[in-house]
Write a protein of this length. Structure first.
Length: 271
């Protein structure tokens, strides 16, 4: 492991930190996060895999092949632990954790959440003044929110003069819409310092339309700002940073940076 320290590039260290915080990414997601091309990404990722710094898995799929899902390998996990002054994990324990993740029923949801933030990061790389200034995983959100609510993620999107904090709820269409709407009760109980807009990231425009119908019937709790976007629509409209967000109670879609601050006066957020 000591020999590997001298061979790690700053980008390698970034990959280790990202995988430590967010558990797994596909090859394409890592391309958007840290590489300029698929070829360079594959070459470096395969090298790190050969050295046990990274591990990977994918499920059987026909036709074609499923993209690799990348995780920390035994050496990578040991490097992270050493940096924190923690006991080094046994290689077998790291492999077991990867196997459990590969078979987890929540894997698709995790990749969807990570993909949302990856898309913002990729957008920021091509837009001067744009930046994903904060990205919390579910565990970090739980620390902040306690037992009131369990967001899938939290971020602060900065675009020139505006810094917009938000919570993310990624929906795969597997829950009833009533249960999705019911999550807003927990957000209404958060203290004012955590009263950020709640973003529902939905798989299709049809699912989004149905959610708005339920929201109109149930009503949105006082003090909670809600916006929705559909992944299929956003793909052709600049991704989650673009003008794809439908704010409940407002007629027009806005960009992520254009989400209104409390009071609706358009004032910048203090993220």
């Amino acid at each position: 492991m000591a020999a590997e320290l001298g061979r790690l590039t700053p980008r390698d260290r970034l990959l280790l930190d990202l995988l430590d915080q967010h558990r797994t990414f596909t090859t394409d997601q890592l391309v958007d996060l840290a590489f300029g091309s698929v070829g360079r990404a594959r070459n470096r990722l395969n090298t790190l895999h050969d050295r046990d710094i990274l591990d990977r898995f994918r499920h059987y799929q026909r036709p074609g092949s499923q993209a690799w899902r990348w995780t920390l390998g035994p050496v990578g996990a040991a490097l992270i632990a050493a940096g924190r002054g923690e006991a080094l994990p046994r290689p077998a324990a790291v492999r077991d954790a990867t196997a459990r993740l590969a078979m987890s029923p929540t894997l698709a949801h995790l990749l969807t959440v990570n993909g949302f933030f990856v898309a913002l990061t990729a957008h920021a790389r091509t837009r001067p003044g744009a930046r994903l200034a904060r990205w919390w995983n579910e565990a970090r959100c739980r620390e902040a929110c306690g037992n009131l609510v369990r967001p899938d993620g939290h971020g602060v999107w900065s675009d020139n003069v505006r810094a917009v904090p938000f919570w993310v709820e990624a929906d795969l269409g597997t829950e009833t819409l009533g249960r999705v709407v019911g999550k807003l009760t927990g957000y209404a109980a958060l203290p004012p310092r955590l009263a950020y807009p709640v973003l529902f990231w939905l798989p299709t425009a049809a699912r989004e339309a149905n959610l708005h119908a339920d929201l109109r019937r149930a009503g949105v709790p006082d003090g909670v700002a809600v916006a929705t976007a559909a992944a299929d629509h956003a793909a052709a409209s600049g991704g989650p940073a673009g003008p794809v967000w439908r704010v409940v109670g407002q007629p027009d879609r806005v960009s992520l940076a254009g989400l209104p601050a409390p009071g609706g006066d358009g004032a910048p957020w203090d993220g």
